[in-house]
Design a protein around this ligand. Structure first.
Ligand code: 8X3
Length: 258
């Protein structure tokens, strides 16, 4: 399926996978609509997408953790286009790596709001704009954390497992409409993910990727474009992508530094 002239909506597009996806779909000639909380960063994404040849680019503040913000965002979209062809639910992330016994309410609630409820809110608001043909698509960005657990990951792994449940429920609910639904679940990826998880502690974040040839945001955006461009009758339900160096959560090959 060609992406030229398709309307693609990407949440969490201020950095990482979302920003890379905006550039990648722009290169395909799509209309790119992006949302995120940080407008300064979002505007940088918009400029980059314009430079990549998007049919058009529009950016607007969006906090998926807030129903009024999601509703205002979709009202704004309705002034641009009556239809969205592709929704990429990318917003979310991890907050903290504490074991349950010392977990913080703010971290847990933040992760549930952005990763899990945010996904539900965005899907509810945008599904009415998706056409029932032509391979319309909802892509939820999950994680390998939705396929297993690790110490300190109870809440994050929980919401990412929840994301898979939402994806699978939507797949069932939308069967017969022609709307495709899938999940893309990355492993170790060098984005702002760890910086956010560790509240801006750059040294701790850098350790996560030390010696590992981690995934880059562009690798994930590349896979998104591949999934989106399958023929309309082909739905990629779920993809797990990890760095070659990461065989499992606790099995990561680290190269010695020179
Ligand atoms: C990010 C991957 O392994 O840090 O979603 O949970 S992991």
């Amino acid at each position: 399926m060609k992406l030229t002239g398709k309307w693609v909506l990407i949440t969490g597009a201020s950095s990482g996978f979302g920003a890379a996806a905006a550039a990648a779909f722009a290169r395909e000639g799509a209309h790119v609509i992006i949302g995120a909380r940080r407008m300064d960063k979002l505007n940088e994404t918009a400029t980059a997408a314009r430079n990549q040849g998007a049919a058009s680019v529009a950016a607007h503040p969006l906090d998926v953790a807030s129903t009024p913000s999601v509703e205002a965002f979709v009202q704004w979209i309705r002034q641009l286009t009556p239809r969205i062809d592709i929704l990429i639910n990318n917003a979310g992330g991890a907050l903290g790596l504490d074991p349950v016994v010392s977990g913080k309410d703010a971290d847990w609630e933040g992760m549930v709001q952005s990763n899990f409820l945010g996904l539900l809110r965005m899907s509810r608001a945008v599904i009415p704009l998706l056409p029932h043909h032509d391979g319309a698509w909802i892509l939820n960005v999950g994680s390998v954390a939705g396929h297993g657990v690790y110490e300190g990951g109870a809440a994050y792994c929980g919401v990412k497992a929840g994301e898979r449940s939402v994806t699978q429920a939507l797949r069932l609910e939308l069967n017969g409409t022609g709307i495709r639904v899938g999940s893309l679940d990355p492993g170790l990826a060098e984005t702002e993910f760890s910086l956010t998880r560790f509240a801006g502690d750059t040294a701790r974040a850098a350790k996560v990727y030390a010696g590992v040839q981690a995934l880059q945001a562009a690798d994930i955006a590349d896979a998104m474009v591949w999934m989106a461009t399958r023929p309309a009758h082909v739905c990629i339900d779920e993809i797990v992508i990890k760095p070659t160096d990461q065989a499992a959560f606790h099995k990561v090959h680290r190269r010695p530094s020179n």
